[in-house]
Write a protein that binds this ligand. Structure first.
Ligand code: GRG
Length: 303
């Protein structure tokens, strides 16, 4: 089991996260230069560099290291998954989708640059992700890179993110069952998280058994991520409610706590965390420490 706090076999998780995130941020900054056409590059940089926990790149790097690969092998993919994630956030925030004004604590892309540029910034980030892997990968065989392209593109398209988004849009205002909710989350959130972990292991030189093992871990944390998101939605909303004299801030979207109650949702999250850690039991404990800590981090995060 995982220890409380920050040390697992003497492993310093917060330091690990901070160091990896800084490297990823520097590479992302270099990957999107402020060149012609200026407006779209500005918009791309705005949403990528405005913040974010960088959970997806770090999962990718940790998985590469788990199977014995050096982080440099996974860095281009780590940056690419953050570009893909950011593209999906920009599109998700548009008026024709979730219509959000704020993202990562700042005005959304279309609020700053307008809808047209926001759509194009998302498109450009999506294609830059693949170009970035193709142009920057070193010391990985082409068959592995092709496998990564296949994993990533299927996680994004009409079998992945897009499928989840469509189901989400169509379920608006309707009653959603637990199965439908799970379908939305598996596709909107878990597929990309799974691809991050699996692609890290592919780039790191993992064999097929390693890759399937980390996929199982990733499936648990994918769902865990969303259950926790739903729990945070409820706890944050009620905290806000206390401050705003009864103004109803609780959103009407279906969530795990709504469907199974908050206590049961928390238990579900705990079980998923324990199961994800168990899936890594056959790996060297020191090498598995970052991914174990990431599961713990995802389960206990506050934003
Ligand atoms: C253009 C790639 C693309 C997809 C089109 C719009 C769309 C289809 C899908 C939307 C998918 C979406 C927004 C899923 C939500 C994922 C999620 C849990 C976001 C929050 O992730 P965090 O908490 O955020 O990691 P930060 O800001 O820390 O990165």
């Amino acid at each position: 089991t995982i220890s409380q706090g920050n040390s697992f076999l003497g492993f310093r998780f917060e330091e690990y996260m901070a160091v990896k995130a800084e490297k990823v941020n520097k590479l992302l900054d270099e990957a999107i230069p402020l060149c012609h056409p200026l407006k779209v590059n500005e918009a791309m940089r705005y949403s990528v560099l405005v913040g974010g926990k960088r959970v997806r790149p770090i999962l990718c790097i940790a998985s590469c290291e788990l199977v014995g690969g050096d982080e440099s092998l996974a860095m281009p993919v780590a940056c690419a998954v953050e570009m893909i994630h950011t593209a999906s956030l920009i599109h998700d925030d548009l008026p024709c989708m979730d219509n959000d004004d704020l993202r990562r604590g700042k005005p959304t892309n279309h609020k700053v640059f307008g809808e047209g540029i926001a759509v194009l910034a998302g498109d450009a980030l999506l294609s830059l992700a693949f170009e970035h892997i193709a142009s920057n990968t070193r010391n990985v065989s082409p068959d592995r890179v092709v496998r990564v392209f296949s994993e990533l593109s299927s996680a994004i398209g009409s079998k992945g993110l897009v499928a989840g988004q469509i189901m989400d849009l169509e379920s608006e205002g309707k009653e959603v069952s637990l199965e439908e909710l799970e379908y939305i989350h598996v596709h909107k959130t878990a597929k990309l998280l799974e691809a991050c972990v699996v692609c890290g292991a592919i780039m790191g030189g993992g064999n097929d058994t390693d890759i399937e093992r980390v996929r199982k871990y990733a499936r648990c944390i994918g769902l865990l991520f969303q259950v926790v998101d739903d729990i945070l939605d409820v706890t944050k909303s009620s905290a806000q409610l206390g401050k705003t004299a009864g103004k109803d801030l609780v959103s009407d979207k279906v969530t795990y706590p709504k469907l199974m109650g908050i206590a049961e949702a928390k238990k579900f999250a705990n079980d998923l965390m324990a199961q994800s850690v168990e899936e890594l039991a056959c790996f060297d404990a020191a090498r598995a420490a970052p991914l174990c800590h990431l599961a713990y981090y995802i389960a206990n995060r506050e934003n």
